[in-house]
Design a protein around this ligand. Structure first.
Ligand code: AMP
Ligand code: GLY
Length: 426
């Protein structure tokens, strides 16, 4: 079978790599892909826009593509899955209606409330005066979120009243464009965050291995939020009994809530959770796709062929798929970024030393790179995700950093403390 992966990040490189581990997958085409997918044996890139439904459909039909997996949220929110399905193609990823789970925080909050899913108390506003009055009544700390997709930048955890008011003003002043027509104000939760990604065919939902990521740019989890500076799995913060509760209290009700709205959801439901000090799981957000960089630690540990899981979701037969099998051991991913990210950063740096890292101890998933006349050059803020595997977290983290040290490019920045919460536990 030939497959298409839509997207160009580290998540998509990891998806392509994992699909190609299966003997049944003969080729993967990434649209548009990156420098890593260009060099991956069995994989090729197609320079086409991720929302060019007509172009992708034409290519997929001519090439007899058996599976199209959509990586990022934006094409899902734009209805790319709907468009490709309408051409008779087999697509993993929710339709536009389902993608609202991520594309509108207000919509997702209503669904959570109706389904009785534990989450932070919240209120939705579409004008500044009412929002400001509400934060004055509630006090700080408090969390302000632009309603729509804002590339991870629409959330402010306000510790002071001034920050809260600035965040409200920024959203209604149009800093996030259409994403800021409404905002959600939320109770501030404390605890440890965890990411539980689950796959669903619209009838059955199954969790993957729980992971944790490091959102903040600085050592010790400080500084501005990013797309994610590292991740590890399986996280001890979500032991099996808690995962069972998340399945019955979060994932199944979320799927039921979607079904009640008449939505046939076939793809990933990613629950971003706060595990409170009392051990209660509360939903911070839902995403409608695999996490990045969580995918770069979860998929390398997957034993069941990925294409079997994705096809079972597309063809609505997840219930009959045998239980998912996992490799023993642990994985950690260190993101190598450009100095300055998530602010301004340089691009176009030549990356050397990439061919020295080998599976199974470590692998390099490219994010913001491209292949330019034989050289791999940086194109984005998050450039590489280096995943280490090991018998324990200590080994996995050491393997990741050993591989990181073999890679060189100018203005490289990475956190030295990925996995600090778990590295001494196993
Ligand atoms: P989101 O885009 O909704 O995942 O929010 C981005 C980040 O903001 C989360 O990963 C948390 O670190 C933080 N955050 C969001 N909502 C809350 C909340 N209610 N309480 C505390 N922190 C939050
Ligand atoms: N790592 C967080 C996300 O994918 O949204």
């Amino acid at each position: 079978m030939k497959a298409i992966v839509i997207g160009s990040g580290g998540r998509e490189h990891a998806m392509a790599w994992t699909l190609l581990q299966s003997p049944k997958v003969t080729a993967v085409v990434c649209i548009p892909g990156n420098g890593g997918t260009a060099k991956l044996p069995g994989c090729s890139n197609l320079a086409m826009s991720v929302d060019d439904v007509e172009g992708i459909a034409r290519f997929a039909l001519v090439q007899n593509i058996g599976l199209i997996a959509i990586g990022p949220e934006q094409p899902l929110a734009d209805g790319v899955a709907d468009g490709l399905r309408a051409e008779g193609l087999t697509v993993f990823g929710p339709n536009q209606a389902g993608a609202q789970l991520e594309a509108s925080k207000a919509w997702a909050k209503t669904l959570m409330e109706e389904a009785g899913i534990p989450t932070a108390a919240s209120a939705v506003f579409s004008n500044r005066e009412a929002a400001t009055q509400y934060v004055e009544e509630q006090g700080v700390p408090i969390v302000i979120k632009a309603d729509g997709l804002a590339a991870g930048k629409g959330v402010t955890v306000a510790m002071t009243m001034a920050e809260a008011k600035d965040a409200i003003a920024a959203i209604f002043d149009g800093q996030f464009g259409a994403a800021g027509k409404q905002l959600v104000i939320e109770e501030f939760l404390t605890g440890q965050e965890a990411s539980v990604m689950a796959v669903t065919d619209g009838l059955t939902i199954r969790p993957l291995m729980p992971a944790q990521d490091h959102k903040q740019v600085g050592e010790g989890d400080t500084g501005p939020n990013t797309g994610g500076m590292g991740a590890y799995a399986p996280t001890p913060v979500v032991p099996p009994a808690l995962l069972d509760r998340i399945q019955s209290e979060v994932l199944e009700p979320a799927l039921q809530g979607l079904r009640n709205r008449g939505i046939d959801y076939r793809g990933v439901i990613y629950a971003g959770l706060m595990i409170t000090p009392e051990g209660e799981p509360k939903v911070i957000e839902f995403n409608c796709r695999f996490g990045d960089p969580e995918t770069q630690v979860v998929l390398p540990l997957l034993e069941t062929p990925l294409e079997e899981i994705l096809l079972a979701c597309c063809e609505q037969r997840l219930e009959t798929l045998p239980p998912l099998a996992w490799k023993s051991g642990y994985a950690a991913c260190v993101v190598m970024a450009a100095e300055g990210y998530p602010g301004k950063y340089p691009k176009g740096m030549v990356i050397n030393g990439l061919d020295q890292t080998t599976a199974p101890e470590a692998m390099v998933f490219h994010a913001g790179t491209q292949l330019d006349r034989g050289q791999v050059k940086s194109t984005g803020g998050r450039i590489l995700g280096v995943t280490g595997l090991g018998k324990g977290f200590g080994d996995a983290i050491a393997n990741a950093y050993r591989a990181v040290k073999t890679i060189q490019f100018d203005h490289a920045y990475y956190r030295q403390d990925i996995g600090h919460r778990v590295r001494d536990q196993f």
